[in-house]
Every structure is written in C-alpha cells, then in structure tokens.
Design a binder for this molecule. Structure first.
Ligand code: CDP
Ligand code: MG
Length: 731
C-alpha cells in the first residue's frame, strides 16, 4: 500500500522550471486576487520590467526621476531576489523532487498518510504545493501543529517563502491569538484550535484540506481530531485529509483511516555516531553543560542541540553556560546560546533560525519541541540527557502532574537523528547503553491514555457525541478516566444526570479554558463579579511568568510581590490586584518595572481578558463588578475549583479533602507563611515536593453549599462542628 516514489525515474528536467512558473503565477494570483489567473500571470511577469523601462525612459528623457518611485523599484527587486533565493532553498528540500507525485496522490486519494523525516519539508512545503495546485480556491488549507511555537514559527517561515505578510495569506491561530485575516488561505494552527473550529463549523465547510501534521506526537487533541476528521471525510468527499508523521509507524495511521495509502518521502540521512556514558549521570543538567563545553573546545565546527525538559532548566543552563564561557576570553570561538521553549517571546524565537556567524558556534537549548516540530539547520552535535517533562494523570484521584520522565527509544532515535541532517553527526547520550536497551520504553504512551479528559469530553458532548465509550479512538483512553471526566463535569453542573449538556455546560464550552476555569467564570454571574473573575482567569492563564525575581534583587522582588497580598487575600485576589493596579497606571511599563512584573505577561493577560470579556457577551453574562466583596469572588472561584480543596495538618502540610494526599503550599504563594485552615488551589505541581500553587483561603461550608453532589457534611466536619456544637460531627 506504499505509493512508489522512485527518485531517479521522476527527475523531470522541466519540473523545476514548471514549478518556478507555477509559483510566480500563484504569487501573482495572490497579489491580484484569484479571479483571473492568466491575467495575473501575465501581469506578474511584466511588473518589474515595466517599471524599469519607465525609469530608464525617464532618465533618457532627462526628466526629473521620482526618487521615491526609484526606491520602490529597488525595494521590490530586492524582495524579488530574496524570494528567488528562498525558492532555491525550497528546491533543495528532500520533498521537492516528489512535489508532482505527491500532488497526484493527493488528487487521487481522499486520505493520504505522508511520512518523511523531520526537516524534509512536509510542514512548510505541502501547504504551499497545495496552494500552487489551486486547492485554496476551494477553501482554506489547515495544517495542525501540536505546539504553539511550531505553529507560529512555521507560519512566519511560510509567509516569508511566499513573500506575503504574516497574518495575510498565511496566518496562524493559537489559543488567545488569532493571526489570520479575511485573506488567509493557509492557516497553521494548534490541533486544539482546529478542534474548537468544529464547535462553530461541524463539517469544516470552509476548509478544502486538513493536514494533521506531527501525527506521531499523538497529543490528546490530535487523537480526537483523528476521530472527527475521519467522520466528516465520509460525507465531505471533496475534503482532502493528510496525516503526516515523522516516524515510521505509518501503518497504524493507515489502518485507522481505512487503509489509506502511505506516501513516503525518502529522507536524506547521514550517519550519526552515538556515544553513551559509561556510568549513569547523577546530575544530567551539569553533565549536559560540561559536554557542550567539551564539544565546543575540542570538536570541529558545527552547532550543538541540547535537549532539556523545560523553561526553568533551560534558563539555568543558559546562565551557567554564559558564566563559564565568560572566562574563556578569545581562546575559543564565540558560543552563541539560543534557548527555545513554548513561552519564549516570538521575537526571540526567530534567533534560533538565524545562520550562525562565521567562526562562531551556536548551542541551542531546547525542550522536546526540537525533537520533531522544529528543524534547526546546521546542527551537528546532539546532547540527549534522556528526559522530558510529561503529563501524568491518576484517574483514581483525578490528580494531574507534570513529571520529569525518561524518554522512549523512539524519542531517543529522533533526537539523535537531528544531528545527521546536513552531514555526519554525533549524538551524546547522557545515559548508558544498558539504560537505553533495558529501561526505556519503545514508544511514548499517547497522551489520551495519561491525561485528564474533562475538557475533551465536554467538547465531544457539545458536538453531540454522547456515546463516548464507542467513539472511534485510535487508542482508547482508560474507561476509568472517561468516567472520572463525566463525574467531574456532572459535579460542575455541565452535564445532567443523563449525561446531557446543561445550559451551564453550553456556556462553559464557549471558553477555551479548562472546565474548572470556565465554570468559575460562568458562576461569577451569580455573584455579580464577572469583571474581577475574568481578570483572575486571564492572569491564571498567563501562567507563572507574571513576577520576575532577578538573582541580585530577590529581596526587593519578593517585597514588591507581597505588597499585593496585604490582608492575606490569597493568590487569586492578589493577581487581580496586580491587574487592577496596572490598569490604574494606564497600563504603564514603568510601573511593571518598579514592581518586578513582566510587562509582556501583563500585556498577554490584558489580551486574554479582552477576549474573555467578548466571550462573556456571547454567553449573555453581564460584565459586573463587585471588587469589594471578596467573599463573592472567592465563592465564584470555589464554584469551579471545589474539587481542589485541602485542609491544614498539624505539621504545617495540607491534606487534600476528596482523595487524601499530602501537599504543601508553594513558597511563592502569598499564603505560604499564613497557613489558613482550609484552602482551595489552582494547580498541583510536583518538583522537589508536591506543591499547590495559586492558593486562596476557603470557608469549608461553601464546599457543601456549592458542590452538594461532591461533598458531604462529613468531608468538612471540623468546621461544621465548630459552628454546630450540638450537631453532628466531632462535638
Ligand atoms: O515538516 P518537516 O519536518 O518535514 O520540515 P519543515 O518544517 O517543513 O522544514 C523544512 C525546512 O524549512 C528546514 O530546512 C527548516 O530549517 C526550514 N525552516 C525554517 O527555516 N524556519 C522555520 N520556522 C521552519 C522551517
Ligand atoms: Mg514538520
């Protein structure tokens, strides 16, 4: 069932010329609108010649040459030669010789599985080929990415290659950030965003092609998308479906999509020398840094890619590397340190793709994102400590945590492969060969089997898919996890006893947030504090990057942070105060600077808040402010987060109420030293201990009042007994 792709046979001597012409025409079509392709093509060919002739003529006539016009022509021809250079680059990609054949296969089959190594050009080229072949005349081309950074950076690259402005013909859509317009015909988006598109347009009528890219990553959203696109492809024969993957388990995708043909793009791969450590490393971060410096000092030119597990680790490594290379003076070549992770501001993301200057060496410190989603040219050395951060979920307790976990063999292989793309490479694995063979799993477990499903269950319910047990999952989630999700949604009031969506559930679906956050917002209607609650929700959605704590000014930074916590209002209200104070200064950056607050995060919060305000309007909840009634605010929070309550223990730790587990208040919390008897928390993180983060004091009576299906009096007995000395409980 593999489509035969034979490179020699298909080397059409005219292909390049044809492709170039097609490309010019498509560019012109874009510029002049798609009505008249022939006209557009003619226009395009002459647009530069015309103007140059015009200027030549003016000069010869002795006229005053319009300098501005002259500049314009120069700019245009510069842009043209940049485009030509990019086109040359595009032609060198492994996918290029298969362009026509691929288009033919897409034309002939509704569903096609495409396999090609990372960097072969699947993500950046296929949507362009499809556009050049006219698919965009029938509808948008969607290309999904599991990661937001990948969606953004690939869209930027493709808009560049097509010579258009990002957000115009080529755009991206990620949660809370829509960089598309009426003009957009190629849309890169996170898989989660395409999932949300189904809510507004269940048959995806505005799309002509859906490319589920990086399918091998098997994120939760991708897995759900599989089921949905498979379903709509049956009644939309005109919709083309491409499933693209960087790994060779394509047969599984093919099987799932009713034996869809597989199109394999032969990769170019150079040999990679694999080195293991002789003994296990105690501190992989330190080992990675030392290895990078050793490579820099002893190995021939070539960039280094280091796989780390997250932003914090990357920042630490960056700092240590900077410190250690500072003393080296001019003895060694310059080492450029380039971090890349999901929250890295986009203007800094571009830096990793810039070519390394002559004589220097680049070291890229990346999360898993560089494993397959992003290709950085020039990497010759890979350092693989063998870990990644992975979500794990305990359906019994409903606890979700992000854990640093050993990677799979498949991941290790992908990582090594990153070094052999442009020439022979070397991979340094910071674990032993014995570890590799005996301790690592073959493949990573798909996310659907190790995550909280409340969000997707709510989404599927609102798409009218009720029988979740029989949904066409590629790999089904544990039944227990599905039940847990249904249970939570019921407790939140999103589903009724029959498992049907309620009005509250429908309102919740409108918000692109986790169900507990959505519920908190919906509940704020009752307490007339939606204005405050959306500020809190926006601040929580930004993550933990609001405050910064420079190493040399930690005390000042901590004091500034504590200012927002006076009266032990709790972290949620603290965040609200930060937002409101910033707003009062008319969104001043100076104010942020003085208070050790990241302006970028605040701007993002403002943006998210605006969008949440818009969504409130859509679900017909009035924007109401009640900032002096802290109980109203806390009750709204509790309405969403009641499953995450904890009670103080004698030793200063906490015990979660519903599924008892010991946790601690995170040191960054405003309540870390206050230790209220009862708290509600936003998230549980596992670092050196089990910490709860973003914590607010709770009146335990609210648990029974707001979640009577979930808590009984006995769960909160000690507070009840205080108030009712003769009643039930311990009195
Ligand atoms: O999807 P696949 O891994 O097959 O390849 P791709 O992402 O389309 O990358 C093709 C080429 O585009 C690579 O050589 C990348 O270096 C380049 N590229 C880039 O320069 N900037 C990006 N943001 C993405 C890709
Ligand atoms: Mg790709």
């Amino acid at each position: 069932r593999y489509i035969d792709t034979n490179a020699e046979e298909k080397m059409n001597p005219h292909a390049e010329q044809e492709a170039w012409e097609e490309y010019q025409i498509s560019k012109a079509t874009m510029k002049y609108g798609s009505k008249n392709k022939k006209q557009a093509s003619d226009d395009y060919q002459f647009v530069f010649e015309d103007q140059i002739d015009f200027i030549k003529a003016s000069v010869m006539d002795g006229d005053n040459v319009d300098l501005e016009e002259m500049d314009d022509v120069v700019e245009k021809s510069k842009a043209k030669s940049a485009l030509e250079a990019l086109l040359e680059e595009r032609k060198k990609l492994p996918i290029y010789p298969y362009r026509d054949e691929l288009l033919k296969a897409i034309d002939e089959h509704q569903v096609l599985v495409i396999v090609g190594e990372t960097g072969s050009g699947k993500t950046t080229q296929i949507p362009q080929y499809l556009h050049e072949a006219g698919y965009t005349k029938r509808g948008l081309i969607a290309c999904t990415q599991p990661r937001r950074v990948a969606a953004m950076s690939v869209a930027a690259r493709v808009s560049h290659e097509m010579g258009v402005k990002l957000g115009h013909e080529v755009g991206y859509s990620i949660r809370f950030e829509d960089c598309t317009s009426e003009k957009t015909i190629v849309k890169y988006m996170t898989d989660g965003m395409l999932l949300r598109e189904f809510l507004g347009e269940p048959d995806l009528a505005s799309y002509s092609v859906v490319m589920v890219d990086e399918a091998h990553e098997r994120t939760l959203s991708t897995d759900i998308l599989f089921g949905l696109v498979k379903d709509i492809s049956r009644f939309r024969p005109d919709l083309k479906l491409l499933i693209s993957s960087a790994t060779l388990d394509a047969e599984k995708f093919s099987d799932y999509f009713d034996s869809a043909p597989i199109f394999k793009i032969p990769g170019r791969r150079y040999p990679v020398e694999i080195n293991f450590t002789k003994a296990p490393e105690a501190d992989y971060l330190d080992a990675a840094i030392i290895t990078a410096l050793q490579i820099h000092a002893t190995q021939p030119p070539g960039d280094i890619l280091v796989f780390l597990t997250g932003q914090e680790e990357i920042e630490t490594a960056e700092e240590i590397l900077k410190h250690r290379t500072r003393g080296l003076g001019t003895k060694l070549a310059e080492l450029m340190i380039c971090p890349i992770y999901a929250n890295l501001p986009s203007e800094l993301q571009a830096k990793i793709f810039e070519p390394t200057p002559e004589g220097a060496r680049k070291v890229v410190l990346a999360t898993n994102i560089a494993e397959t989603s992003l290709t950085i040219d020039g990497i010759k050395y890979v350092i693989d400590p063998g870990f990644c951060k992975m979500k794990s979920y305990n359906p019994r307790t409903g606890m979700e945590s992000l854990l640093i976990t050993p990677i799979s063999k498949a991941s290790a292989m992908q990582r090594a492969g990153r070094s052999g793309r442009t020439g022979p490479g070397k991979c340094y694995r910071l674990y032993t060969a014995y570890n590799f063979h005996n301790d690592l799993d073959d493949n990573t477990i798909p996310e659907i089997q190790r995550t909280n499903l409340a969000n997707v269950v709510l989404m599927l319910k609102s798409l009218g898919i009720h029988d979740l047990m029989h949904f066409d999952f590629m790999d089904p989630p544990p039944a227990e996890a599905l039940l847990k999700a249904l249970e939570l949604l019921f407790a939140l009031g999103a589903l009724n006893k029959l498992g049907e969506l309620t009005k509250v559930g429908r309102q919740m679906t409108e918000f692109p947030l986790d169900p507990m956050l959505s519920k908190m917002i919906v509940a704020s209607e009752k307490y007339k504090c939606s204005d405050e609650i959306i500020s809190i929700a926006a601040m929580l959605s930004v993550g933990n990057s609001i405050f910064y704590r420079p190493k040399d000014k930690q005390v000042h930074a901590d004091n500034a942070r504590l200012n927002f916590h006076s009266g032990n209002v709790g972290d949620h209200v603290g965040l609200m105060k930060v937002y409101n104070s910033w707003k009062e200064t008319n969104y001043s950056s100076q104010w942020c600077y003085e208070n050790y607050i990241q302006i970028r995060s605040m701007k993002r919060a403002r943006d998210i808040r605006d969008q949440l305000a818009g969504l409130l309007e859509r679900v017909e909840i009035e924007l109401a402010s009640n900032s002096s009634d802290l109980d109203a605010i806390k009750k709204s929070i509790t309405s969403g987060f009641f499953p995450q309550s904890a009670r103080l223990q004698k030793n200063g730790s906490y015990r979660t109420v519903k599924h008892p587990q010991t946790v601690h208040i995170h040191p960054s919390s405003g309540l870390a030293h206050v230790l209220p008897r009862w708290v509600i928390y936003h998230e549980l993180v596992l670092t050196t201990k089990e910490y709860v983060r973003q914590v607010t004091e709770l009146n335990p009576d609210w648990l029974v009042e707001l979640a009577p299906h979930y808590y009984q009096l006995k769960d909160v007995e000690d507070s009840v007994s205080k108030k009712m000395p003769c009643g039930e409980g311990r009195a």
